[in-house]
Design a protein around this ligand. Structure first.
Ligand code: FES
Length: 264
């Protein structure tokens, strides 16, 4: 190894990077998977149909709030929002902003899309495409700091989706369990794991405590959340797949393309 004399300037490296491994595989995969999810979820939200098949409600349309909903979550619907050319706006758009903002501002997804979509930088030891680095200190990226508040909104959605999953046992002819019931429960468990492994959650529940010995309860909670937090990227991807696949399952059953099997 050639040692640099102390104080000597490093020679400039002409190449964009010196990596010889397939570092580009991860960013390309993220672009494909995240891009596919955004396209599918936007398409599903625009459909304004096939999001309910008793007793299953798609997570993209929960809570169902507008009068045109096939399945009103609170029994009373808000007046439909409509525009002259667009017509009645899909009820999905009344609620998708909440989980959408939560994911958009998530620390893990930020890393994923900054690297994959903005190439800033695309990988470790690979040069940024943009020369200047401004971080998240200016508008609009400074708004990412609102993630801690988006977490509270996400918790409300976990409560609502748990309610939907409970209702998924209530078939028109009484109590039952179908494949859709299992699908909805897996989805809400993965979404809860993603939400409660969030860095903001870990901070709110115990991260800001200075002396743990004076707050043993908070310490225990913080300990569990730290374990979850280490797995946050895994839950981020699994819950992304589960929420999309749950909508797809209910959509296909509602369209009559597949049949929901009753387990009980
Ligand atoms: S850091 Fe990912 S959801 Fe909060």
């Amino acid at each position: 190894m050639i040692r640099q004399p102390a104080g000597a300037a490093r020679p400039p490296i002409a190449a964009a990077h010196l990596r010889t491994d397939a570092w580009w595989v991860l960013p390309v995969t993220v672009v494909i998977v995240l891009g596919a999810f955004v396209v599918y979820s936007t398409w599903a939200a625009l459909q304004n149909a096939h999001y309910f098949f008793a007793p299953y409600l798609s997570p993209f349309y929960s809570p169902c709030l507008s009068q045109s909903c096939l399945h009103l979550t609170f029994g009373v619907g808000l007046p439909d929002v409509s525009f002259p050319i667009v017509g009645v706006v899909s009820p999905a758009f009344l609620i998708l902003w909440g989980p959408g903002l939560f994911r958009l501002t998530c620390y893990y997804y930020r890393k994923a899309y900054y690297r994959s979509f903005w190439l800033a930088p695309a990988a470790c030891a690979v040069r940024d495409v943009k020369r200047a680095y401004t971080g998240e200190t200016r508008f609009p990226l400074i708004l990412q700091n609102f993630h801690r508040y988006a977490w509270y909104v996400a918790v409300v959605f976990i409560v609502l989706l748990t309610w939907d999953a409970l209702l998924a046992f209530r078939f028109p002819n009484g109590f039952g369990i179908g494949v859709g019931t299992v699908v909805m429960w897996v989805n809400v468990i993965l979404l809860a794991a993603y939400t409660f492994s969030c860095h903001s959650c870990r901070h709110v529940c115990g991260g800001h405590v200075d002396v743990f010995s004076r707050a043993p309860g908070r310490y225990r909670v913080w300990h569990v959340l730290s374990w979850l937090n280490e797995r946050h990227p895994t839950y981020a991807w699994l819950s992304l797949f589960s929420v999309g696949l749950t909508d797809l399952y209910i959509r296909l059953v509602s369209m009559g393309i597949i049949r929901d099997l009753r387990i009980l």
